[in-house]
Design a protein around this ligand. Structure first.
Ligand code: SF4
Ligand code: SF4
Length: 442
């Protein structure tokens, strides 16, 4: 490994990456599901207001959920069809939301039709932001509506626009495939984001070992004469967390409770930059995305372009079914993802992948007493004391936990991964955060 690659300074891990069987698989278009389940909450903030009723006909890309509060985001129909019903569902992370169930039928407006591009240079920043809001683009890592993320308040300046291609979770390769296969569109998306935010410099950050992606991006940057740097970093986990990425790239520190903008940065992940391109240049609402579907319970592992609202069961079918029953199903990566047991759970705008893990791919979860080994402490990139936070939460001493930085936990999962006693540290800490934010907790 090239020792010159920089990374963030404190804590972190190097979990087995598990990408070698998936990363070279080109993205293919998944079959369109017969029934799409489209949650009206796929972003931070309030659910969008439902604009459709049962038995109503919808078109591909039609607005079906309207953002009625500043932090909400529009939702569009991913397919043409008929609304069967609107019903409350529970998302993998526990939020409840109304969802529109759409039965496929009728003609597609875009699929299989000629693609037109629309010039954007010279369009004012506020107009570009409106286009992102109109087309429902959200940060695909954070769920923050992209027009909110890219709107820079007066008096603030952006020193660095970072396109985050680090993708440090094991298994996940969708961003890598976008960098290899859609380098031009990604760079154009980054240029649009730069036209809005006017940064001092624009950087695409990626893991140093992703040479094919680096070469594809370099070639396109040169061809397009784009003012964008590529920075290869040491792929320590959780480098993809924007706080760690900013520390690694710019040496900037976060004040506790601070935002990326406080550190002079705006961070968009690769999937978001591609969605920015599609929203502005193709005038396309966010109705599909690229995800990784992996795990050895599946016959085939794949990088797929899927419609938002596709149920997990359809992905299993797309991948040839199960060769063995999964011991665990995870939406997201294995470090930060959410366990689910319902194959009707839908893909949302923030889903990065789905894992169907065989018994051999999961760790023994039998816990023992704390060994006071300090591994959790050494692995924590936020400099917290995970074992102490966990104990406080276990004893409902939430205020003590708050004072020790509970709310600064990024839920990266390093402490739980490092713990030889298999204590569910991250799960406990996450539950404590929910209590402090007014949720149910453990
Ligand atoms: S989950 Fe929280 S406490 Fe545990 S290592 Fe990550 S930031 Fe630290
Ligand atoms: S890593 Fe686990 S066993 Fe070691 S100190 Fe932390 S909580 Fe205790």
């Amino acid at each position: 490994m090239n020792v010159m690659w920089k990374t963030f300074p404190k804590g972190g891990l190097e979990p087995r990456q598990m990408k070698s069987r998936i990363k070279d698989r080109a993205v293919w278009n998944a079959s369109i599901p017969a029934l799409c389940i489209v949650p009206l909450l796929q972003h931070r903030g309030e659910p969008a207001t439902c604009l459709v009723r049962p038995r109503e006909t919808v078109r591909e890309g039609m607005l079906i959920g309207r953002a009625d509060s500043p932090d909400s985001c529009h939702v569009h129909s991913p397919v043409p069809g008929t609304v069967k019903y609107v019903e409350e569902i529970t998302l993998p992370w526990g939020d409840k939301t109304p969802a529109v169930f759409i039965e496929l039928g009728g003609e597609f407006n875009r699929l299989g039709k000629a693609v037109y591009t629309h010039p954007w240079e010279g369009i004012r920043a506020d107009r570009l932001l409106s286009m992102l809001a109109d087309r429902g683009v959200v940060g695909m890592g954070s769920g923050i509506p992209a027009h909110r993320k890219l709107e820079i308040p007066e008096g603030r300046t952006v020193r660095t626009l970072i396109i985050n291609g680090v993708e440090c979770e094991p298994y996940l390769c969708a961003d890598y495939r976008i960098m290899v296969e859609k380098a031009e569109e990604l760079i154009e998306g980054a240029r649009i984001a730069a036209a809005i935010t006017r940064p001092g410099r624009s950087v695409i950050a990626l893991a140093g070992d992703k040479t094919e992606a680096r070469d594809a991006l370099r070639k396109k940057i040169k061809e397009l004469k784009a003012d964008i740097e590529i920075r290869a970093l040491r792929p320590k986990y959780p480098l993809g967390d924007e706080r760690q990425l900013i520390k690694a790239l710019a040496g900037e520190e976060f004040s506790l409770g601070g935002t990326a903008l406080d550190a002079g940065a705006v961070v968009l992940n690769v999937g978001t930059a591609l969605a920015v391109y599609e929203a502005v240049v193709l005038q396309k609402p966010l109705v599909e995305k690229t995800i990784t579907v992996a795990g050895r319970a599946l016959r085939e592992q794949a990088n797929l372009k899927v419609r938002i609202g596709t149920p997990l069961a359809d992905l299993v079918e797309e991948c040839g079914g199960f060769v063995r029953m999964p011991a665990k199903i995870v939406v997201g990566g294995p470090m930060m993802g959410w366990g689910v047991c319902d194959l009707s759970a839908p893909i949302t705008k923030t889903t990065s992948g789905v894992l169907f893990l065989s018994p051999k791919e999961i760790r023994d979860s039998r816990k023992t007493n704390c060994l006071n080994c300090g591994r959790c402490l050494r692995s924590c990139p936020m400099g917290l004391q995970p074992s102490a936070l966990y104990k406080w939460v276990e004893h409902s001493a939430y205020e003590e936990a708050r004072e020790e930085g509970l709310l600064d936990c990024s839920e990266c999962g390093c402490c739980a991964y490092a713990c030889p006693a298999r204590l569910p540290l991250t799960r406990g800490i996450r539950a404590g955060k929910m209590v402090l934010r007014g949720g149910a907790g453990l």
